[in-house]
Design a protein around this ligand. Structure first.
Ligand code: ZN
Length: 424
């Protein structure tokens, strides 16, 4: 067996083992705390809500483990099992030019992956989410979403893959630097166009109209010296009862989006505090920091791909018999996650730091107690666990554990007022 095959299998096995171990810890921890609501939440989260959140968290983890094993089997089939090579034989027989044969090869593998992910995706929506009362997606919406996503993926992905493969063929030794520049340009363009051109294909966005709320929000934007192209309400309730808020876009196209499902459960001052948290991600430059972090990582990725694509062993050790640019790209995209997962705790910690900073900003420019209220209400409505396993949370969670966030938002040493706030 090739040395790199052994290295890949070791990394792959380690990844699977660590993820399953963490998921098992999370399930055990959540189950162990299923029947006792943490004191600081006990006045607003009932034991029924808490037990539901525990059962929902465990159900999600179980499905997650199934997906891990399933995706792992597909990865082994595509690489060592010769799946990529086999799909390459089919696309080579289409009689296209070399460039378009490569594009067909990459998109063909992605299409196979999407089809294989379909059963578990449908199970998640129509069985698991349904069981916990969150699903609002009909089969019609589900199918329409899939078709739109596939069409969009083929279009945008096709353009991107064609551009990268073309650069690989024609830009010489430092093609990876050119490919990275193309990739970055494309990423920025899509990020910019997303709110106006792409997101509306899936959801309706209407300007926030509630006059009392509007006034509050305009005052907040004014106070923080913030210019956005608008605050919008999204019809999230078309698909799910889960609520959320997010910011999107770049430059003048920045938008703040509230799910209608979130607005339904919050008072105007709570909405203002949530908005202040979202604004903080802009004002504290979290968005450009993430873009720069992503740019640095993709540069490292392209440099590594540039080097690997020149090594014979990279292809032969991973089951690809033809040394085409498309095979290099596919092997790289599929195999890198087996190694790159070690970075995920660092990225999660970075994200949690940003969340704490955004909470502090919201407390300063709006009302920290009200944000705490709003968060508790969101935890309740989304059946988020209040008692995650500390190690699981440190590894995976982009947001700090609920108790840590609430504790920082409420006045110091105010254990009783914390309960009072939760009760309000
Ligand atoms: Zn945030």
């Amino acid at each position: 067996m090739h040395t790199f095959t052994i290295i890949f299998l070791t990394a792959f096995g380690l990844h699977l083992a660590v993820q399953i171990w963490l998921a098992t810890r999370q399930m055990k921890h959540v189950r162990a705390h299923r029947n006792s609501v943490p004191a600081e939440f006990s006045s607003v989260i009932t034991s029924t809500d808490h037990a539901k959140a525990a059962d929902y968290t465990v159900a999600k983890q179980r499905l997650g483990v199934l997906e891990l094993v399933f995706d792992g089997a597909i990865l082994l089939w595509l690489t060592l099992g010769g799946g990529i090579a086999g799909i390459g034989v089919v696309t080579a027989s289409l009689g296209l030019t070399p460039l378009w044969t490569g594009v067909a090869h990459v998109l063909g593998v992605i299409a196979v992956l999407s089809l294989l992910a379909l059963p578990l995706g449908a199970y998640r929506t129509f069985v698991m989410e349904q069981r916990f009362g969150f699903n609002r997606t009909t089969v019609g919406v589900f199918v329409a979403d899939l078709l739109k996503a596939w069409l969009l993926g083929a279009l945008l992905g096709g353009v991107m893959v064609a551009a990268v493969l073309w650069v690989m063929r024609s830009a010489g030794l430092y093609w990876w630097l050119v490919a990275w520049a193309v990739w970055m340009g494309f990423t920025l363009l899509v990020t910019w166009a997303w709110p106006r051109l792409i997101a509306p294909l899936f959801n309706k966005f209407s300007p926030l109209e509630n006059p009392a709320l509007r006034e509050r929000i305009d005052a907040l934007l004014e106070r923080c010296g913030f210019h956005a192209s608008g605050v919008f309400v999204m019809d999230g309730s078309r698909r799910s009862a889960h609520g959320n808020a997010y910011f999107t876009g770049l430059g003048r196209e920045k938008r703040i989006v509230f799910f209608d499902t979130l607005l339904a459960g919050l008072t105007p001052v709570q909405v203002e505090s949530v908005l202040a948290h979202e604004l903080a991600h802009f004002k504290l430059k979290h968005v450009p920091k993430r873009l720069i972090g992503g740019a640095a990582m993709s540069l490292a990725g392209f440099a590594l791909l540039g080097w690997l694509s020149q090594r014979d062993w990279f292809y032969s050790a991973l089951g690809a018999n033809s040394h085409t640019d498309a095979s290099a790209l596919l092997l790289f995209i599929l195999v890198v996650p087996a190694f790159a997962w070690v970075l995920s705790p660092l990225l999660a910690a970075w994200s949690r730091r940003h969340e704490f900073e955004a909470d502090a900003f919201a407390a300063q420019h709006s009302d920290g107690c009200e944000l705490a209220h709003a968060l508790v209400s969101m935890y309740k409505d989304n059946a988020s666990t209040l008692t995650p396993d500390p190690l699981y949370s440190a590894f995976h969670d982009s947001h700090p554990p609920p108790s840590a966030r609430i504790e920082r938002l409420l006045p110091a040493g105010a254990a009783t007022s914390r309960a009072a706030v939760a009760a309000a």
